[in-house]
Design a protein around this ligand. Structure first.
Ligand SMILES: N[C@@H](CCC(=O)N[C@@H](CS)C(=O)NCC(=O)O)C(=O)O
Length: 440
């Protein structure tokens, strides 16, 4: 029987899926959702958390045996018993069908419709109308299916019911007022049956069905906006490098990603939780304007040849008064085990430093093989100080030793060339920090 801890923020409908499944299966599930056990927005950004859950997202599950799992559907599946998962191959496939249906047919329109009513997303009339139609379509499919059935798969509650009910919680609570839901009586009957099962009730509490369709909450939305800036963006962080032997493929992938236009800010229910974080002001606002345009360099680096174009562009435009160049080396090489985990350490750090993307660039390399590796990199920061202490993103930087480079030195030119291009002798690797000041 599975036993472990589910990390989440309170009242997360994605976590409910696993919690309800555990109620049925008897899995011993502890929920860590409040300080000090877990603080959303903080604990999930620590290196220790990211080592196990590279996306830093919740819900995330860690078994008492160390087994780690992210993605709410996978966690709920793991914590289920055979009856919930579907005892025959057909039933199991049908469960998967409804789980996927919830993710692709219910969640997207439900989010578009409900989030503005919670003040966590701007209202768009056309999108909302379309979302309503899409919800109606999903409800029609469910209603037809439930016309001759009590539950979605077989004769008993399965993970299909748990997942679909959880995905519809916000709809039923916020917007499916009696007249809107009236044509879908089979769905209503099924939903009410499910939420009244003791195993659901103990997790969900009393679910109060919507009496009047909630509308866009402009006031709440306005209140959320300034704080929202404090939330990390969800697009790619500064440039990252892989170990040299993997670099070509990785480089191609990254180029593809960086050529895409910046994605729309995709907001979800967790943004509301993140928005509660205090707003941070621009820590570089006091610096004189610089002639070095970071974004322009990044564009060159992403889209053009590194040695022939990007590096010459860098040195032609680099402003040593406005920016500084740093060498970093991970302090705990002895603790690095599998290379993919170490890569996660790097990408996790970049993800969390995304708010520095206008003011920083980094190329970090993992050298070596499983159980014998080191991480080091070159960073370019706005200003003359390490950016971490002057911003509020200090978690990972303490795991590295930092040395400021003299941008006019040959050493710096060589390191920039090697780390930016991910090729060269990397002579200093292994005997780093034998000169210059070490910042810890
Ligand atoms: N598909 C994932 C979605 C997980 C997810 O998006 N989690 C959000 C909370 S709703 C999160 O942890 N975000 C934190 C972040 O992006 O930093 C699942 O179902 O588990």
């Amino acid at each position: 029987m599975a036993a472990g801890t589910l990390y989440t923020y309170p009242e997360n409908w994605r976590a409910f899926k696993a919690q309800i499944a555990a109620q049925y299966s008897g899995a011993a599930l502890k929920v860590a959702s409040t300080t000090p056990a877990f603080t959303f927005g903080q604990t999930n950004r620590t290196p220790a958390f990211l080592q196990n859950f590279p996306l830093g997202k919740v819900p995330a599950y860690q078994g008492d045996d160390g087994f780690c799992l992210f993605e709410s559907n996978a966690i709920a599946h793991y914590l289920s018993n055979e009856a919930l998962r579907g005892a025959t191959p057909q039933a199991a496939a049908q469960v998967l069908q409804w789980v996927s249906f919830a993710d692709s047919e219910i969640i997207p329109p439900a989010s578009t419709w409900v989030f503005p009513t919670l003040g966590i997303m701007q209202f768009n009339k056309q999108a909302t109308e379309q979302a309503k139609e899409d919800v109606k379509r999903a409800l029609t499919v469910l209603n037809q299916h439930l016309n001759t059935r009590t539950f979605l798969v077989g004769e008993r509650i399965s993970l299909a019911d748990i997942t679909v009910v959880c995905s519809m919680l916000w709809l039923y609570k916020q917007v499916l007022e009696p007249s809107f839901r009236q044509p879908y009586n089979n769905v209503n009957r099924w939903f009410i049956t499910c939420i009244n099962q003791p195993q659901f009730k103990v997790v969900l509490g009393e679910v109060k069905l919507c009496e009047k369709m909630a509308q866009f909450d402009a006031k709440k939305f306005a209140e959320m906006q300034p704080k929202k800036e404090a939330a990390p963006k969800k697009e790619k962080a500064p440039k990252e490098a892989a170990k040299p032997q993997e670099k070509k493929e990785k480089k191609k992938e990254e180029k593809k990603e960086e050529k895409k236009p910046a994605p729309e800010e995709d907001m979800d229910d967790c943004d509301a939780a993140l928005a509660a974080e205090p707003k941070s002001k621009d820590p570089f606002a006091h610096l004189p304007k610089s002639t070095f345009v970071m974004i322009e360099f990044k564009r060159k680096y992403s889209n053009e040849d590194t040695l022939a174009v990007a590096i010459p562009h860098f040195w032609d435009n680099f402003d040593k008064e406005g920016y500084s160049i740093w060498y970093s080396q991970y302090k705990y090489s002895d603790e690095l085990t599998l290379t993919f985990k170490s890569c996660n350490l790097i990408t996790g750090m970049f993800q969390r430093l995304d708010k520095l993307r206008k003011n920083a660039f980094a190329s970090v390399i993992l050298f070596g093989t499983d159980n014998n590796s080191s991480i080091s990199g070159i960073w370019v920061f706005r200003g003359q100080e390490l950016a971490f202490p002057v911003t509020d993103w200090q978690i990972d930087y303490e795991s590295y030793d930092w040395r400021k480079l003299d941008s006019d030195s040959e050493e710096c030119k060589t390191m920039v060339k090697e780390y930016f291009a991910w090729e060269g002798d990397f002579k200093h690797v292994g005997k780093a920090f034998n000169q210059g000041k070490i910042f810890k």
